[in-house]
Design a protein around this ligand. Sequence first.
Ligand code: PEP
Ligand code: MG
Length: 755
Amino acid sequence: MQSTAIKEALGILKQLRQIMETPESVPEKLRRILETISAKMQADAATCYVAVDDNYLELFAACGFKKASSHRLRLRYNEGMAGEVAEGRRSLVINNIWMYPKFVSKPELLEEKDFQSFIGVPVLQWNRTIGVLALYNAREIDRSEVDIELLETIAMVLAEILASEEMTQYKKSLIKSRGMSTKERVKGLSLNKGYGIGDAVVHRRRQSVTNIFAEDKEKELRRLEIAHHQMNEDLDAKFNSTKLGLGEHIDILDAYRMFAKDKGWYGKIAGNIRGGLAAEAAVERAYEDMWNRLSQSSDSYLRERLHDLRDVADRLQSYLSGDYKQAPDISAKDIVIVAQTMGPAELMDYDYSRIRGLIIEDGTPTMHVAIVAKALNIPVLAKLKGIFGEIQNGQTVALDGNEGFVYVNPSPQVETEFRKRIAEREELQKRLAALRNLPARTLNGVDIGLYINVGLPMDFDYIETTNCDGVGLYRTEIPFMASEAMPDVGKQVSYYKDLMDRCGDKRVVFRSLDVGSDKLLPYWAYSGEANPAIGWRSIRITLDRRAILRQQIRAFLLSAAGKELNVMFPMISDLAEFEDAKETLLIELEKDKSRGVPVPKKVNIGLMIEVPSVVFQLDDILPRADFVSVGTNDLAQFIFACDRGNPKLSERYDVLSAPFLNVMKTIVDKADAAGVYCSVCGEMASNPIEALALIGLGYRNLSSSGASFGRIKSMVRSVNTEEIADYMKLLLKSTRNTLRPQLIAYAYDHGIEIY
Ligand code: PEP
Ligand code: MG
């Protein structure tokens, strides 16, 4: 910094410190500080925005504006010029602000339009933006490097003020006056969106086992047999409820039920009794043995099984002790469950039509109970250290699954706000359902193919309810996983034909068996692999066990006789693998033809793009493929070398960043150039903001989960493909590790619906 600027800065800073020491209120001090800075730096007006929580900047003080109303103007990070400064943590100088693309005119600050130039600097603390300081001039003004440095230095002093105890107290009083006491509000990790409010029900686990040794082994074995039988009868009745709807949660509950009936587990408990333990202690020992074996595993699927096992073991204990008869006596109409940890079936012990929210102190995104809650439309929050001990039964708890906050004993204002939001959400569900018969056409008239992903037959109902264009991914391994033994060709045909019939003329894409890694068949022995996600899985298994692949192909061919058949192969790593799988299909087709078996009228053979090596061989593969579908879940896992099931890494890398988006762009561009049908069937297509980016990259076919379909369609109908394509060109050059805030701001500014 030049010496004149240093002198200048010291003079200003001295004055600022004097203002800080006056007994005036915080807003008054800030306003006077702004006046001083404006005068010294020849500005006509100034603003100071402060980050109130991590999502918003709020105008705390302004000078030189006729109308600027402090505390009434809020900006999201990356919204407007000040938002850009906050997001980028970098200074910004603009002349002719009206022409600046990021400029947003706010009625609360109308006179902004009377100004020509802007200079904004971030106020930083520990590398985090805590505010933005900005100056405005009515005429264009040449701001030098020295001016910028001077303002940045002033921002450092301002940081002291914004981070001071006085300011913290002031912010707290502001939040409180709006009915949001900071003490009553706790931040967690959202596992399912939505708002809920109700009486807390603290979910307690069973007491520790006191009955250790068997006095009479035969008697203990009988007790076990009766308890086990009763438990399974009750589980069958509970999970057969038609109210449970459809989806992945059904697989989880079915798997749980199989687990509860598992002969191996039962045998271990009985063996422990024969060894001298009482039934309760024998159950506990069987759990501990399993825990010792599985808890060190890096496989998230196996670790999640431990939660299920804990749940089953606790359940069996309650049948042994007779406690199961004492169902929780809850009179409240709306309840929020607070648990330290929980298994999927434990949630079902409550009357789920009354559950408005679930808080799990130790939860992880892949936790089965979270998946079940999601399917039941219950907002879920996790990772709230210490909350379990703090909330008492009967306290009112409001849960904001969108921003990830829990409010304990919320003020009447917060309660009113929550009830309003809940009503709005219900309204939204109705609006989405009303889109059913409208085309998935963008604002500029581009039709987007919208498909759904299915697994169990229950998912098939979505074909009708969503009125989708078809099934973009049938995960055929799911019926295999739900079966007790490998389904033969006849059984497979019955599954597949059911889907073909339900779809009529709609497109259906069958994926060949994608097992291994986190999708295990209960009747298959897996040799423990060090890295199952990149191990012997998926097409690698079915090419090595060719009979399984051939049988499945025969079932596909039979179920699509007279119709169009689309088959794709997962986890293809190179052209040779694809050609091998393709040839297997063509041989089966020829065999059927020569035997006079009815065959499909057309067969399309494609592959999933989920292994990076294939992206580099697209020029050779595309001419030989009828279609491709991008599996973004696995592709992102391999591009970032980041286990898709590891909660520690779940927020570390973002598919909405240039490295991944550039890969996605390469794929769609090459497919378009080769004239090959291309779609996305990974999670990205189920998330509106990510699907928006895909459309901007050029994707025209998306396959989402049935539950997300309405939200994706709503986004599609509110977007202009040309405009988002232009914006994506800019984003593809960005070096930021996430472009999510930019895309959210874009959607917000352009009225794109991303619920
Ligand atoms: C994917 O990897 O994106 C995909 C769709 O397959 P799955 O999630 O079944 O592995
Ligand atoms: Mg995959």
